[in-house]
Design a protein around this ligand. Structure first.
Ligand code: FAD
Length: 484
């Protein structure tokens, strides 16, 4: 069935179809409709909004896809918009987490006194030595720029061997020497001893940066941000097709517009658009296009890989597991990377008499872990927590597993060439834009994805998309560093 959308003469607003209903897609749909720049339709495969930053209901509780917070680094204009949309529902919350290092728990964000009291002295002395000897550390001649070499040079062996290297193996499933130096620069916000010190000093009254040690969180769950954006976009006139999967994209030919095939429960449907703005994984685009991709493009897509993640939820029959919002597990002896207790993120303190834990376990889509049963993964988490010294106080009354096929972009050495090839390919498609975390293969936070959406809307001038302005915005996006 072809959607009989009216033709779009130059005098009318352009028709933009946005692919994906995560923050990047929703932010653009809202701003395009609000600023009356386009007639917008957004297509989302899930029954909910927010993508990886969404929420879902389980056992009467709203749960996020792993630990999610809105960081105070959010651009002031975007934060002001979100505050306006959510009003008092957007809570300003203190961060209260812990990292397990050498079998001990230290507070995260780091605090000077806590570090002094709890950090294993071997770690502290090692760090002090590494800091004092930094100027004598030189990269070996010809040593490649890798995650390992960048961090070893900047932070020294103690922090690398005890923290970042085992963490990297778990997060991205690769040896630190196999990962590009860019992964360290983008992903490690405390990438030098000086930056690390600054983070510790941030906890000292008088030296604190505004917002430091705090985060924004919607009272009803992180997905409330996306729901609010979707509601505002609807009010502004945007249309949504949820539970519709994009199956095929046919670029414009002659006077014909873009044609987008979507599938809903086996029933196909075609939409037409002047512009297609995609927040889908960039590696998916060549496969979605009607014409067969060249071998080079297919190979570039195959080399542009995302790390998957299992989110293992355990329902416990106790009021609270711990007072902490999240526990971080960089060490190899613990399989999961992070454990959050969603109840501690909001001030709602719901449900009464029970709590849910969410364990994050990165893996490859389709591997042994990915195919494990919910019960097996529940046992894995229970065993991990016992080993970490924080055993479950009672057996879980229910276990649920959610699977994210695209959790983190992986930057192995040399990833830039295939990514640049895909980028040029997407750029050459007429009136086509790829953006957002998956679309630009960026390790970005929600506020970065929203910044991309706002920038894209700025670039649409009448019927034309200002490519030069977009290139300037992309230079800014390249400076984004992930907040933990
Ligand atoms: C475990 C984890 C923890 C995180 N914690 C934080 C945090 O604390 N703070 C923070 O700011 N950020 C955090 N992030 C990052 C945050 O989730 C992302 O920045 C955000 O989701 C990016 O939004 P996006 O719209 O670019 O992409 P996504 O959220 O990935 O949205 C893409 C959308 O496209 C849809 N889609 C894909 N294929 C199709 C198709 N064929 N048809 C139709 N729809 C399709 C998907 O269903 C999805 O809704 C975290 C991410 C993960 C994985």
């Amino acid at each position: 069935m072809v959607d009989p959308l009216p033709a779009s003469p130059r005098s009318q607003l352009p028709r933009v179809v946005v692919l994906g209903g995560g923050p990047a897609g929703l932010g653009a749909a809202w701003q395009l409709a609000l600023q009356k720049k386009a007639r917008v339709t957004l297509i989302e495969q899930n029954a909910w909004f927010g993508g990886n930053a969404g929420s879902f209901e389980w056992e009467g509780q709203s749960l996020d896809f792993g630990s999610h917070r809105l960081h105070p680094a959010c651009e002031p204009k975007i934060l002001a918009d979100l505050k306006r949309l959510l009003g008092p529902e957007l809570l300003d919350r203190p961060r209260h987490g812990r990292i397990r290092m050498l079998g001990r728990f230290i507070h995260f964000p780091l605090k000077p006194l806590d570090l002094l009291l709890r950090l294993d002295p071997r770690f502290g002395l090692g760090m002090a030595w590494d800091g004092a000897t930094k100027r004598f550390r030189r990269a070996a001649p010809g040593e490649p720029d890798t995650f390992a070499s960048v961090l070893r040079q900047n932070l020294g062996p103690t922090m690398c061997e005890r923290f970042y290297f085992p963490y990297a193996r778990k997060l991205w499933g690769r040896e630190p020497s196999e990962l590009s130096g860019i992964q360290a620069r983008k992903r490690v916000s405390a990438g030098t001893v000086l930056k690390l010190l600054r983070k510790v000093l941030n906890a000292v009254p008088g030296l604190k940066k505004p917002g430091s040690g705090r985060f924004w969180y919607p009272r009803g769950g992180y997905g409330q941000l996306s729901d609010a954006l979707a509601r505002a976009a609807t009010l502004a006139g945007a249309e949504f097709l949820i539970e519709h999967r994009v199956k095929l994209l046919e670029p414009p030919a002659g006077h014909l517009p873009w044609r987008i095939w979507v599938d809903r429960g086996g029933r196909e449907h075609v939409l037409e658009a002047d512009h297609v703005w995609s927040t889908l994984p960039i590696s998916l685009i060549p496969r979605l296009l009607k014409s067969e991709p060249s071998e080079a493009i297919a190979a570039a897509a195959a080399r542009t890989r995302y790390r998957a993640m299992l989110l293992i939820y355990l329902r416990l029959p106790v009021e609270q597991f711990t007072e902490y919002d999240a526990h971080y597990f960089p060490e190899a002896e613990i399989t999961i990377t992070r454990l959050s207790e969603p109840k501690n993120y909001s001030d709602r303190r719901l449900p009464k008499g029970a709590t849910t834990l969410c364990a994050e376990l990165p893996c490859e889509a389709g591997d042994r872990l990915w195919k494990s049963t919910d019960a097996e993964l529940g046992e894995l988490v229970a065993a991990d927590l016992a080993r970490a010294g924080i055993p479950l106080p009672a057996p879980a009354t229910a276990v649920k597993v959610m699977r994210l096929p695209q959790a983190y972009p992986i930057y192995p050495n040399g990833y830039e060439a295939p990514l640049a090839e895909l980028d040029r390919f997407a750029d050459a498609l007429p009136n086509f834009l790829t953006y957002g975390r998956q679309g630009l293969f960026a390790h970005d936070n929600t506020h970065h994805a929203l910044a991309m959406a706002y920038a894209a809307v700025d670039c649409l001038q009448g019927h034309d998309f200002d490519r030069a302005a977009w290139a300037r915005h992309r230079d800014v996006f390249a400076t984004h560093v992930v907040e933990d």
